[in-house]
Design a protein around this ligand. Sequence first.
Ligand code: KG4
Length: 339
Amino acid sequence: MSVTILGIESSCDDTSAAVIRDGVVLSNIIAAQAVHEAYGGVVPELASRAHQQHIVPVVDRALKEAGIGKGALDAVAFTRGPGLMGSLLVGTSFAKGLSAALGIPMIDVNHLQAHVLAHFIKQAPEATRQPSFPFLCLLVSGGNSQIIRVDGYRDMTVVGQTIDDAAGEAFDKCAKVMGLGYPGGPLVNRLANEGNPKAFTFSKPHIPGYNYSFSGLKTSFLYTLRDRLKEDPGFIEKNKADLCASLQATVVDILMDKLRKAAKELKIKEVALAGGVSANTGLREAFDEHAKRYGWNIHIPPFAFTTDNAAMVAICGYYKYLDGAFCTMDAVPFSRAVI
Ligand code: KG4
């Protein structure tokens, strides 16, 4: 029996809808929101209004591109949280309406689990390379930095997470103080490719276990700029590439130190990367190096499935569907959560 799932993602500033049939993605439409660029960060109220404008055309396009009508859907999966409450409400309400109108089940999806299961999205019916259980997943995005132990499609344990800022947030905030645009991560990455990663040293956290912290790095970056600007008002402009390269190298070191520790102590060599920051070329190179040096079997999903997207919500919905794990009409979004 074939199973067709519509996924809906609206947790932050991307409205996305995707259709997955038996684990194979048929469409994955993403409408980004340019409105936030002028503010240097996501404005929650504007995000939820933009979701309201985008949701109907985005779902419509996802169905058209998949070549199916609404009647072919077996269930609708939606991101229930974590995320921005006003944004989540749009996707949740839309899913409820569609589920009631079509008389099909509704499946609530945890956004973080969806990022992890993005590794199981097939782009063609023939099997693609996928992680085998158990594996460790480094989930790094604008709102999260976690090391997750994955023992099954629906069996995940957070073994480490940030106690303050997320890795993407550190990139974005440091980029902002340098006067770069938003989101800062890709801009820092681009400039870092031309700079010297050893030009500046920023502080790294010393916290036990597998947890992360990025607020100290942010402060150290800020103080370096403040002190050097006193000596030379053109300091940032003259050293942008070196600052970005050194910042990126420090973030990557912090992420990899804890991941390496977890992989060693938990004796797991199957290691995956997920979330928007996985686009970072420095982090990807570090994964490649670790694969060679420590014999890791690494997994990095295609770029379209690393940033916020509905295909990952649909694949998560697919595995929940197979287990009959549906939710009811009284499901409400949640803004904060662990897996
Ligand atoms: O998963 P994602 O698309 O959504 C949110 O969590 O909102 O991640 C977005 C984050 C942003 O902080 C962005 O700056 C960061 O991922 N990012 C990058 C790169 N591309 C996106 N950070 C560093 N290097 C990149 N190439």
